[in-house]
Design a protein around this ligand. Structure first.
Ligand SMILES: C[S@@+](CC[C@H](N)C(=O)[O-])C[C@H]1O[C@@H](n2cnc3c(N)ncnc32)[C@H](O)[C@@H]1O
Length: 252
């Protein structure tokens, strides 16, 4: 997908709060072999690396555009590579992922695969948005099903693969994991108006639509702006953003 680092960074302050919560779940031990899946532009991977002394940290992302920015934050013990998180190979003491696993399908299989890549005693710690029932997402799906967009998109609508907190807990338990922490949190963002929500989703949820819409992209965005204005009037507005955080350890 053609990720746009500038668009994504418009809400950097809001996006770093869940990262801080996720980082707090990490068992901080020295000399770990760590991978940050869907590391994006790498600033947060750098913060992760800086909190883990003498560790070897890799950021993995499948977007060359995002990784191009990550070059400026690499240092000894921190490197970045292009690849697909769903086919992760190697053995890791910490598999970390902030706001990226939702871009891979079938989380039963995905989490099972990632758990299999953990070394004995290793930890998986991840954060995924669970905001797909918010009105913004419902309006995007509704608009995608309307013409001329339905045809331009060849019937595509994005269905979130994110599970419920109960399902992540059960899945991790079934895999044999220990020290489970699974919770969902509402990040109560105060945004200027509905146009700011459009800006927000333009950096994330709309990316797979923009990729497919071709000449209809501007018309689609125009309708989204109008619908968001009607659904989220006034200024400022509350943009309640739900996210799931989970952490678990593979027994030694
Ligand atoms: C919302 S951004 C999160 C970036 C960073 N982790 C952060 O917290 O700012 C999602 C990232 O996941 C990456 N991504 C999406 N699908 C991926 C996949 N299958 N494998 C690796 N990275 C992927 C995107 O390129 C993007 O950089």
């Amino acid at each position: 997908m053609p990720w746009n680092p500038e668009q994504y960074h418009k809400f950097q302050a809001e996006r770093s709060a869940p990262f801080d919560d996720l980082l707090a779940l990490v068992d901080k031990r020295p000399r770990l072999k760590v991978i940050d899946l869907g590391c994006g532009t790498g600033e947060l991977t750098r913060r992760l690396a800086d909190s883990l002394p003498e560790s070897e940290v890799f950021g993995l992302d499948n977007s060359p555009q995002m990784l191009a920015k990550a070059d400026s934050v690499k240092r000894t013990g921190l490197a970045f590579k292009l690849g697909d998180q769903a086919t992760l190979s190697g053995s890791w003491d910490l598999i970390f992922s902030n706001a990226a696993l939702q871009w891979s399908e079938n989380h039963q299989r995905l989490i099972g695969h990632l758990y299999g890549r953990l070394a004995q005693g290793g930890q998986i710690a991840a954060q995924v948005p669970s905001n797909h029932t918010h009105i913004s997402h419902r309006l995007i799906g509704e608009t995608a099903r309307e013409e001329p967009f339905h045809s331009a998109l060849r019937g595509f609508t994005r269905v979130s693969p994110v599970l419920t907190i109960d399902e992540y807990a059960q899945l991790l338990f079934n895999l044999g994991a220990q020290n489970l922490t699974v919770f969902e949190k509402v990040y109560a963002h105060l945004l200027e108006n509905s146009a700011a929500v459009v800006e927000w989703v333009s950096g994330t949820a709309l990316v797979p639509y923009f990729e497919r819409l071709g000449n209809e992209k501007d018309a689609f965005l125009d309708i989204i702006q109008k619908k968001f204005r009607a659904a989220m009037p006034g200024s400022p507005i509350l943009y309640p953003f739900k996210r799931i955080l989970f952490s678990a350890q593979k027994p030694r």
